[in-house]
Design a protein around this ligand. Structure first.
Ligand SMILES: *Cc1c(COP(=O)(O)O)cnc(C)c1O
Length: 376
């Protein structure tokens, strides 16, 4: 690859912290996870953080903790990653997909309102690419109809919109520390919340429904544990948490670097006929840099950039057009036209903290070349 799609920002201090954990006695969920949870809760401004092994697990436990189950409906935008919807299926509820705003790809409050039925239990707004959904409008809807809000903030730790941050108005907010996310340990996630009942339930269910976690069993005299509920195995380990304690302290600096890359891209790509940048709302967490091109050109542009050894991705094709959703939810592409068009026109360019101005120019020249626009 001449230009990598993504490079993580782990530094020697992070690697040394993980090495220290490896030299210690305790490798699983223990003191480092506790430290990370305290720091991450403080960063998000939320009362509690429960570290987990993925955002998918966080969404699953949030649904369970909020009492969502068989017979319930949960409203999910059609323009997202599949994991925003699959945990709804895993708890036995039905994902009710809704269309999105044409310019941002975000859940649109009016379409959510139209999708509410007596069975609706919760909504899952997705803060796509790092731009927050309209949480104030969604909160008003949720309050009027007695619905829970579970925010999918896999892209969105650092954002703010209308004076609101991720998790502030929701009952739970789910984060991902997957390999390409803004804060990463390879694989990891967290559920944050201001609700003590939701956090306590997630803590119990992340480790088999056992009454005592390993760290509590290890220290002091042996005490019997009990299995008080049927849970899962979703805990994060200290080796991974160790990679994120220092990284979290650098998070705002890393965001500044991505924002500078965003600005550089935007200045190169503005005012190109047939190319548009998704709309911003408030402060973006700047997780991905995506462009929108005409659907009939998108796959050829992907191939063109790939041939030029430029890392590219599609985040995402609308989920209602994927085989499983078509078969099991009976969706048709035209059901959610904005999401379908957005997913067919979107293309993600290389985006990370170490991208150089030369690389940005190389990428944008390749895009311009393909669209028959003279290079700068
Ligand atoms: C990455 C991602 C997830 C899933 O995160 P994992 O930690 O891999 O489970 C969920 N939703 C969105 C929008 C994502 O991008």
């Amino acid at each position: 690859m001449r230009v990598e799609f993504y490079r993580h920002a782990l530094d020697e201090a992070d690697i040394e912290a993980a090495a220290q954990t490896l030299r210690s006695v305790f490798l699983t969920t223990g003191p480092v996870c506790a430290r990370f949870e305290a720091d991450f809760a403080a960063y998000t401004g939320l009362a509690r953080c429960v570290s987990l092994n993925s955002c998918t697990a966080a969404l699953h436990l949030a649904l369970l903790a909020l009492g969502v189950g068989p017979g319930d409906e949960v409203i999910v935008p059609a323009m997202t990653f599949i994991a925003s919807a699959t945990p709804v299926v895993h708890v036995g509820a039905t994902p009710m997909l809704v269309d999105v705003e044409a310019d941002t790809g975000l859940m649109a409050p009016e379409t959510v309102r139209a999708a509410i039925t007596p069975r609706t239990k919760a909504i899952i707004p997705v803060h796509l690419y790092g731009v927050m959904a309209d949480m104030r409008a969604l909160k008003a809807l949720a309050e009027a109809h007695g619905l829970a809000i579970i925010e999918d903030a896999a892209h969105c730790i650092e954002a703010e919109r209308d004076g609101v941050r991720p998790g502030e108005l929701g009952d739970a907010v789910c984060y991902s520390f997957y390999a390409t996310k803004n804060l990463t340990c390879g694989e990891g996630g967290a559920l944050c919340t201001n609700r003590q009942d939701v956090a306590d339930r997630a803590l119990l269910l992340r480790q088999h429904g056992m009454s005592k976690e390993a760290a509590k069993r290890y220290h002091g005299l042996y005490q019997h544990w009990d299995m008080v509920d049927l849970g899962w195995k979703y805990n994060l380990g200290d080796i991974q948490a160790a990679l994120m304690v220092n990284q979290l302290a650098r998070l705002d600096g890393l965001w500044e670097k991505r924002r500078a890359v965003y600005e550089a891209y935007a200045s190169h790509l503005r005012d190109i006929p047939g190319l548009r940048l998704p709309g911003l709302r408030g402060k973006s967490a700047h997780h991905l840099f995506t462009i929108q091109v005409p659907a009939e050109k998108r796959d050829d542009l992907l191939a063109h950039l790939g041939k030029n050894e430029i890392g590219v991705a599609v985040n995402y094709r609308a989920i209602h057009a994927l085989t499983w959703f078509r078969k099991n939810l009976g969706c048709k592409p035209e059901d959610f036209p904005n999401a379908f068009a957005f997913g067919n026109g979107t293309l993600s360019l290389p985006f990370h903290t170490r991208l150089t101005p030369e690389e940005v120019a190389l990428v944008t020249d390749a895009v311009r070349g393909f669209l028959d626009i003279v290079p700068r």
